[in-house]
Design a binder for this molecule. Sequence first.
Ligand SMILES: [Zn+2]
Length: 198
Amino acid sequence: MYTGPLQGLVDELGRLPGIGPKSAQRIAFHILKVPEDAVRLADAIVAVKERITMCPRCFNVAEGDLCSICADPRRDATVVCVVEDPRDIVAVEKTQEFRGRYHVLQGALNPIEGVGPDQLRVKELLGRIEGEEVAEVILCTNPNLEGEATAMYLARLLKPLGVTVTRIASGLPVGGDLEYADELTLGRALEGRREVDA
Ligand SMILES: [Zn+2]
């Protein structure tokens, strides 16, 4: 539709999540108009791809080796909060109710889309229980079908290992994503967590 590089940019933008063809064209023409913004954007994309890695312990985003939370000696290593996505860590951190460490599953069980335990960081979580003197695991997956199924699955695996397994309290908007919950609600859900019977 457009000439060479412009069409290339529209195509690339259109591949991004949540950006339809109309938005892709609008952003592409905006970038065309304001050159200095474009350089900043391009630099930011390159910097993220070059410098941001994955924490080898918890699979949060990191710059360098361990992520900033794993590298912080003031964090309580005996409590691990299990989340689906690094964005959920930001949501929990905002509540200021949690001083432990995290474990990012990188998704939730979803048989229809072919996501089983092997596609998630489940093995790594089990490995941490023995290696890090973890006493409590808080299952902080999303309050939707996949998140609940994942929490129940993990509870069954974790309980025989002798750790306390808790689930964040209900009260979060059902079917929603953790990252959209407000700090107060999520903070209360964490505080009101209950031991899971599995
Ligand atoms: Zn980490």
